[in-house]
Design a protein around this ligand. Structure first.
Ligand code: PMP
Length: 292
């Protein structure tokens, strides 16, 4: 495996980062999870824009341009001869001292890993997932905006631990007001009376690239889409529920807090959007090997 690290493509064994890196010491940095399908990098531009916007928000200057970053992602895939992959792109504040002052970190650390990922067992994409809502609330936007894809995932990890302890694979987090925010690494959608509903960004969530793609596809399929606040009750009485994310793709949810959703099977709108999503991955994004 070849990794891009700070300007060089090196074997995995040589891709090491200092223990004084503030990404490690303080979770001070930003990242992206991106996927390549059929030799193309899905929505690469949108992922990069989100990365640069997250970095801007935390006042982290990424040391390469967005065009150079695009080439880093594509070249990492080429060097690993990958056409289908999960890509992790990380920019940290860099090496500093043991204090948290970012002014002590002169040079950001930048790395790109091209590998694979499977969040949930493959049979659950057919059967659907059981999830719970957890006591840990999504952190409030005023403290650390969930719209920033930062390296600080402790809030999400605490929710994941609660799901693990309850014997479920995923958790839905509410915001401080009790409205549904998102899952630990995915956005939440429900379908009620043919309308597709997802919480708006001010509910306190990461605006997923998959979420945006799914809303676009629904529009094209003639499905009404609403971004509106909703509660756990709305989930319990929904006809369909599903989660979206780069790693998760689109996964149906059939049980929430022991309530069966709809008839307990993945629903027709979920299936339609999943099909449209997979079709889109065949044509969307820049080619890894332009000669293909
Ligand atoms: N919410 C959170 C907290 C996430 O970590 C992710 C994964 N990046 C998502 C939502 C889904 O975003 P995307 O579709 O861009 O992967």
């Amino acid at each position: 495996m070849i990794i891009y690290l700070d300007g060089k493509y090196v074997p995995k064994e040589e891709a090491v980062v200092s223990i004084f890196d503030h990404g490690l010491l303080y979770g001070d940095g930003v990242f992206e999870g991106i996927r390549a399908y059929h030799g193309r990098v899905f929505r690469l531009q949108e992922h990069l824009v989100r990365l640069y916007e997250s970095a801007k928000s935390i006042m982290l200057e990424i040391p390469v341009t967005i065009e150079e970053m695009e080439e880093i992602v594509l070249e990492t895939l080429r060097r690993n001869n990958l056409r289908d992959a999960y890509i992790r792109l990380v920019v940290t504040r860099g090496v500093g001292d043991l204090g948290l002052d970012p002014r002590k970190c002169p040079k950001p650390t930048l790395f790109c890993i091209a590998s694979s990922i499977q969040l949930y067992p493959s049979e659950l994409y057919e059967k659907g997932l059981e999830v719970i809502t957890v006591p840990t609330r999504r952190n409030i936007s005023d403290a650390l905006s969930p719209r920033i894809k930062s390296l600080n995932y402790l809030n999400n990890i605490m929710a994941k631990i609660e799901a693990n302890l309850a014997g479920t694979l995923e958790a839905i987090m509410l915001n401080a007001e009790g409205y549904v925010a998102e899952a630990t690494g995915d956005n939440v959608f429900l379908v009620k009376n043919g309308v597709l509903i997802t919480p708006p960004n001010y509910a306190g969530l990461l605006e997923g690239v998959t979420r945006n793609a799914v809303m676009e596809l629904a529009g094209k399929e003639g499905i009404e889409v609403k971004e509106t606040l909703f509660t756990r009750h709305d989930i319990y009485i929904a006809d369909e529920v599903f989660l979206t994310g780069t790693a998760a793709e689109i996964i149906p949810v059939v049980k929430v807090d022991a309530r069966t959703i709809g008839d307990g099977k993945p629903g027709p709108i979920t299936a339609k959007l999943t099909e449209a999503f997979h079709k889109l991955t065949e044509i969307d994004g820049p080619k890894i090997f332009p000669e293909e």
